[in-house]
Structure formats: structure tokens, C-alpha cells
Design a protein around this ligand. Structure first.
Ligand SMILES: Cc1cc2nc3c(=O)[nH]c(=O)nc-3n(C[C@H](O)[C@H](O)[C@H](O)COP(=O)(O)O)c2cc1C
Ligand SMILES: [Fe+2]
Ligand SMILES: [Fe+2]
Length: 400
């Protein structure tokens, strides 16, 4: 049975929620599910803004037929070809043989790569100079290359001042009946998931995001409709999420505070991390502690984008760094983490080298300031290391 939500009087959300998928893109845990948003504009012409993932195809196709209510589907607009939004495109093209595909040239090439169909005469290609008039609405297009695929395009409806933002401004988490961010306590309940979504999926393309934010800054935006999560419609909420994107895409910390990520085989490196956390809290410094063997990298990467100081603590492992820590640091470097203060704690019983190795990985990142004081734990903590941890806490607290 159909399940739709009115976004504007002639714009209907016809997407779906997946609460069963364990790993988004085969990588990211989504314990609270994910929504695949699709919007149908009911103007003189009807326009479908993207489709959905295969997982919710059934309810989506029912939503589409119900909302069209016997009308023809004139256009399907494809802003992004990643299958979480385009898997059902082929079904739409087969069910609505007269529908025209509105997209850019790169997207049309990708559609043919995904779907072996004869689409001769079905494309209406657009670029940034195009205007599509659907009756009372006027659509303009903003190219967003590498946010986070090369063909990505945003759409601006100049009539309703709505920005259809593709994956930008989206969040993990299924929609619990609400469609607008102002219907829920977004900052309390969803901001962490929005950050985890952005930082992990788009995080490494900060420069591309900054370019699009500049273009978006020239538009008068009353509503943002992303492909995952909530629609943004109050001026305050739109300013809030734009500000977060400005910070995340420029790798600027949101807040002063410390992430301590540790790895530990026998518990001694963990012991050092816990003590440091206590010493920092004693000086009123906000701290978040993670065991990298337990917490998924995506959580720690999001935390690293949020806070100003990063402490990594790991045992030496076969002459290198404990594996999960090695993987986390490489993942962080790939996500282009920058502009952070970094401190390191190493451990080793016969030849500690993990500190040097961790530093080598992070030296590939831009504008990282390493705190010179590296604490070495020679298997277990002794009085001398307690003094070192106190000193490290003082140095960190002085720069927070
Ligand atoms: C598989 C394995 C490989 C290790 N390789 C090294 C090494 O190359 N050099 C070293 O000094 N210690 C090595 N160690 C020892 C640990 O780094 C050391 O015991 C450390 O104190 C463990 O810290 P933890 O108590 O936080 O687990 C290794 C331990 C394991 C289990
Ligand atoms: Fe995507
Ligand atoms: Fe997506």
C-alpha cells in the first residue's frame, strides 16, 4: 500500500525507508536504517526527482502510481546515478514508456552503462544554462562534480525556491513518519548521524563541496530536499545545516575537545587512554574515548571531524601498528582529515615503534600539528608514565 507525504501542495515525497539493511554501501552500519527520498512534482508537467534503492522499490512504485492518480509521468530527473537512487530507474522507464529522462550528458552515459536498454530519443539533456519550465515551476541545474560522484547535479526550483540537493544535506536514519527536520529534535537525535553520513561518504571531497556551497550561496533557498533523511524548510535549520557543511567541508573543527582512540591487546594501552581522559576532564576538557577494535571507523572518523584534538594510542604489532588502528589512521588520511592537533601514545614490550609509524601515516595529512610529547608505555604503566600522561594532559588542555 502507498505511503506518501506532502512536502509542498504540488510536491509529494514518494520514497521509502529501509530498516533491515545492516551495512550501507557494504561498509557503514546503519542501526537506525536509512531513507531513500524521491519527490514527485505535480505541475502541468509531472516530474519525478530521482528514484530509490531496490530495497524499497515496491512501495515506491505504488507511491508513484498512486500519486500520479492516472496522470502521465512526463519527466524523470536523474541527479545522481548511484544505485541507491537509480536502481529503480529501469522499472520506471519500462512502466512509463513515454517518460523523458532529464539529466546531463555524463549521467546519460552512466545510465546506458547500468541499463542495457534502447533509450534512443528518450533523453532531454540539460546543463547549467538550461531552464525547464513545467507550467508554473522553473527548474535550473547546478553541477556538483565529485559530490560525491562525477555526474552529480542539483536542481533549483526558482518558483518554490527549493533546492533538490542530491546526497548533500542528507542523513543516515529512517524517517519515523516525519519528513521535515523541524518536526524532530534534529540536533539531539540526528546530528551525529548526519555528520557520520557526510564525513564518511562525502568527507574526502571537501574542495568540491566548497565549490557547490559557493554556487548555492547565490541562490535564495526556502527549502532543501535531499535524497536521504529530512527536508529542511525553516531559515534557522537551513542556516544551521549550511554552517555544518561549511565547517565539515573545510575540515574546521566544530568544537574544542579531544578524541582519544586507542587499541589494546592486554589492556595496558587502554589503561593509559583512560587515565589521560580523566586528567583532561579534571581540567574541564571535553573528551570522547573509543576502542578502535569495538567502535566502527565511521563513528571515529565523524568524531575526528567534530573535535579539535586527536589522540591515538596503540601497541606495536609485528613491528608495525595494531591492525585496527593502522586501518583507522589510513581511513582518516583518505578522508583528508586536516587542521587538527595530534598526540600519540605508543606501547611495546621489545621494541616500541607504533608511535613513529602512526605519525608517518598522519604526516600525509595537511596542517596537522603534532604535540612533541609522545608517551611511551613499556608494556605496563609505571610512575614515570603517569607523570608523562599528566604532562600530556597539561599540554593538550593549554591548547584547547
Ligand atoms: C601479535 C603481536 C605482535 C607484537 N609485536 C610487537 C612488536 O613488534 N614490538 C613490540 O615491542 N611489541 C610487540 N608486541 C607486544 C605488545 O606491543 C606489548 O605487549 C604491549 O605492551 C601490549 O599493550 P596492551 O597491553 O595495550 O595490549 C606484540 C604483541 C602481539 C600480540
Ligand atoms: Fe550517493
Ligand atoms: Fe545516496
Amino acid at each position: 500500500m502507498y505511503c506518501t507525504k506532502e512536502v509542498q501542495k504540488d510536491l509529494i515525497w514518494i520514497g521509502g525507508n529501509d530498516r533491515r539493511l545492516a551495512l550501507f554501501e557494504g561498509t557503514y552500519p546503519i542501526p537506525r536504517g536509512v531513507s531513500y527520498n524521491s519527490y514527485l512534482l505535480l505541475d502541468e508537467k509531472t516530474v519525478l526527482f530521482d528514484t530509490v534503492d531496490q530495497a524499497v522499490s515496491r512501495v515506491f512504485l505504488e507511491n508513484l502510481a498512486h500519486t500520479l492518480n492516472g496522470r502521465a509521468l512526463d519527466y524523470v530527473l536523474v541527479q545522481h546515478m548511484e544505485p541507491d537512487h537509480s536502481a529503480v530507474l529501469q522499472d520506471v522507464l519500462l512502466r512509463y514508456p513515454d517518460v523523458k529522462i532529464l539529466c546531463n550528458k555524463k549521467t546519460s552515459d552512466m545510465i546506458l552503462r547500468f541499463f542495457p536498454m534502447d533509450l534512443e530519443g528518450r533523453f532531454e539533456l540539460v546543463d547549467e544554462s538550461s531552464t525547464v519550465n513545467t507550467g508554473s515551476h522553473e527548474l535550473h541545474f547546478v553541477f556538483a562534480p565529485m559530490v560525491h560522484w562525477p555526474e552529480v547535479m542539483l536542481t533549483y526550483d526558482a518558483t518554490s525556491k527549493t533546492l533538490f540537493s542530491a546526497d548533500a544535506f542528507g542523513t543516515f536514519g529512517a524517517l519515523d513518519g516525519a519528513i521535515f527536520a523541524d518536526e524532530v529534535d534534529f540536533r539531539r537525535d540526528y546530528l551525529d548521524e548526519a555528520r557520520r553520513y557526510y564525513c564518511n561518504i562525502v568527507g574526502m571531497y571537501g574542495t568540491s563541496v566548497q565549490n557547490v556551497l559557493k554556487k548555492a550561496g547565490a541562490l535564495d533557498i526556502a527549502m532543501i530536499c535531499p535524497l536521504h533523511g529530512f527536508v529542511w524548510r525553516t531559515a534557522e535549520d537551513i542556516a544551521f545545516i549550511l554552517d555544518k557543511y561549511l565547517k565539515w567541508s573545510s575540515y574546521t573543527p566544530e568544537e574544542d575537545g579531544v578524541v582519544i582512540a586507542y587499541a589494546s591487546v592486554y589492556g595496558n594501552t587502554a589503561n593509559a587512554a583512560e587515565i589521560l581522559a580523566c586528567r583532561l576532564r579534571d581540567q574541564d576538557v571535553p573528551v570522547q574515548v573509543y576502542d578502535v577494535s569495538v567502535t566502527h571507523n565511521s563513528e571515529i572518523i565523524a568524531a575526528a571531524f567534530r573535535w579539535s584534538h586527536l589522540v591515538f594510542a596503540a601497541p606495536t604489532y609485528n613491528g608495525g601498528v595494531f591492525l585496527e588502528m593502522d586501518a583507522l589512521l589510513r581511513d582518516l588520511a583518505e578522508h583528508k582529515i586536516q587542521n587538527r592537533m595530534v598526540a600519540l601514545i605508543q606501547n611495546g614490550t621489545w621494541g616500541p615503534t607504533s608511535g613513529k609509524k602512526m605519525r608517518e601515516i598522519l604526516e600525509g595529512c595537511q596542517n596537522m600539528t603534532f604535540i612533541d610529547l609522545m608517551v611511551t608505555v613499556p608494556s605496563t604503566l609505571k610512575q614515570a608514565q603517569l607523570a608523562d600522561l599528566d604532562d600530556l594532559a597539561d599540554v593538550i588542555a593549554a591548547t584547547v
